[in-house]
Design a protein around this ligand. Structure first.
Ligand SMILES: Nc1ncnc2c1ncn2[C@@H]1O[C@H](COP(=O)(O)OP(=O)(O)OP(=O)(O)O)[C@@H](O)[C@H]1O
Length: 469
């Protein structure tokens, strides 16, 4: 563990009652080595620190954050402090609150809601043709939960139940194609389900900018402002596009403030943590930090499989589990690509009139899979098969004719034929100097057994998928 030397003597600033974040910054530096970036950004960085009476008061913006920190991170924070100040015990207190002088929300009424709707469409059509731009397919029901998205999903569900109150703004960040937009729409759809006349608008940040520019050109910026400020919830996607656009940021900032002050919900997404967006105004960043920030991470294998099964079911296509597994093993980067791969498989099945099977998936995704297969070696196959059957590689290549060794050996030889470009004699050679006819026999035997023996078929498929990773 790294030890940090504080730049000032702790007693210099452990007295008095004032906001002093030097101690907290040291603590955060330390925690960077102890917690994941996600944990830090989501739970620890939103805390405000006050050094008071020789102790540290940590203010959580809401109960959700408070509970998470208390349960999972308080111990690490205390350890970090003990590390920074080994000779001094620093009491830590955790509570809900904010040290900011300006109240988060003002009590006065927000901008006019109904009456102030723009008379002609600038961003949105008139009230009676009000459009939310929400995709009805992006709901909580169609969103597959997993470890990688559970916090973001939970936060979104809370916001949908308690708009303007639970977490405002809600900031969702994460890589491309990981479900941020889907979650945002899910909140919007849920809000409209619970309250059909709720004025919810989803917009990509570029559209917001384009609307604003148009309004400026037509001298209708006041209508533009009134429209946006009349909403119950504003969902803005990909706010990284605001970077460097000063005028738009300015306008957005005012809209954003008015909405927050009127307890109207704002949800923002971004491809990175807001503090990392270059060209985004500090005051906008600081405002983002007043709510809750959650990350969506790339889904792990199980979630990828579940997403594929769910998407296939939505399309009423029977997708065998092992086929979903094969696709999920190969497409790891994001859900959009996963969907693309599934679409290719389904199209292939439709054109050829065949059901979706493991073989069909391998054919349809041949290019993606062969990229991986180039890396498959006989060595690799031997190790994987030996591990699968709990054998040693030396046993696999030994002369033993014992069935518990000979069958896995045949499987390994068949896999080597299937997955590598080695010739039969080369494979024989690698398996203890066997003759090529032995390899041929193994390949034929395994092909036969895959037809009639469920156990062998399953083993072969499992190994195939593991090796194709
Ligand atoms: N957990 C999930 N369950 C079901 N579908 C998902 C899930 N995550 C993502 N998707 C699907 O993946 C596709 C891409 O998701 P989405 O558009 O929400 O990504 P994004 O994070 O907003 O990406 P970008 O930053 O590129 O806008 C959508 O079709 C969405 O329905």
């Amino acid at each position: 563990m790294t030890t940090y030397t504080p730049p000032l003597s702790p007693t210099n600033y452990l007295w008095g009652s004032r906001v002093d974040d030097t101690l907290w910054k040291l603590c955060l530096d330390h925690l960077e080595h102890e917690l994941s970036e996600q944990q830090l950004n989501t739970w620890v960085r939103p805390l405000q620190a006050i050094v008071e009476d020789g102790g540290l008061r940590l203010l959580a913006p809401n109960k959700f954050v408070l509970d998470q920190v208390r349960e999972h991170h308080l111990g690490v924070i205390r350890d970090a402090l003990a590390n920074i100040y080994p000779n001094q015990e620093i009491p830590v207190q955790l509570e809900i609150g904010s040290s900011r002088a300006t109240p988060v929300r003002r009590a006065e009424a927000p901008a006019p809601r109904r009456g102030g709707v723009i008379s002609e469409p600038v961003a949105m059509p008139e009230n009676e043709h009000f459009q939310s731009n929400l995709n009805p397919d992006f709901t909580f029901d169609s969103f597959v939960a997993g470890k990688s998205n559970q916090l973001a999903r939970a936060a979104c569900q809370q916001v949908a139940q308690n708009p303007g109150k639970a977490y405002n703004p809600l900031f969702i960040y994460g890589g491309t194609g990981l479900g941020k937009t889907h979650l945002m729409h899910a909140v919007g759809n849920q809000l409209r389900r619970l309250k059909p006349d709720a004025r919810v608008v989803y917009l990509h940040s570029e559209h917001f900018v384009a609307d604003m520019v148009r309004a400026l050109q037509h001298d209708r910026i006041d209508e533009f402002k009134r429209f946006y400020r009349s909403l119950d919830a504003l969902l803005i996607d990909d706010i990284q596009f605001f970077a460097g656009k000063e005028r738009s940021q300015e306008e957005f900032f005012h809209t954003f403030n008015t909405l927050l002050e009127g307890n109207q919900q704002v949800i923002l997404t971004c491809d990175r943590y807001f503090k990392e967006i270059n060209g985004l105004e500090d005051r906008l960043k600081s405002r983002c930090g007043w709510g809750l920030t959650v990350v969506v991470e790339p889904p792990e294998l199980e979630t990828r499989v579940a997403i594929l099964m769910s998407k296939a079911a939505q399309s009423k296509v029977a997708l065998p589990h092992e086929a979903a597994f094969l696709i999920a093993k190969h497409i790891r980067s994001n859900v959009r690509e996963l969907e693309g791969a599934l679409r290719r498989v389904m199209a292939n099945a439709q054109f050829t009139g065949r059901p979706v099977t493991l073989e069909l998936c391998r054919e349809a995704l041949h290019d993606v899979i062969s990229l991986h297969n180039k890396l498959i070696t006989i060595d690799n196959i031997q190790k994987t098969v030996a591990e699968y059957y709990k054998l040693r590689v030396t046993e696999l290549v030994s002369p033993s004719r014992n069935r518990s060794i000979a069958r896995p050996r045949q499987l390994a030889m068949a896999l080597a034929k299937e997955l590598t470009n080695h010739s039969l004699p080369e494979i024989g050679q690698a398996f203890g100097g066997r003759d090529h006819t032995t390899v041929l026999h193994a390949v034929r035997k395994i092909a036969e057994l895959r037809e009639e023996d469920n156990r062998i078929r399953e083993d072969f498929n499992n190994l195939l998928v593991t090796l194709s990773m």
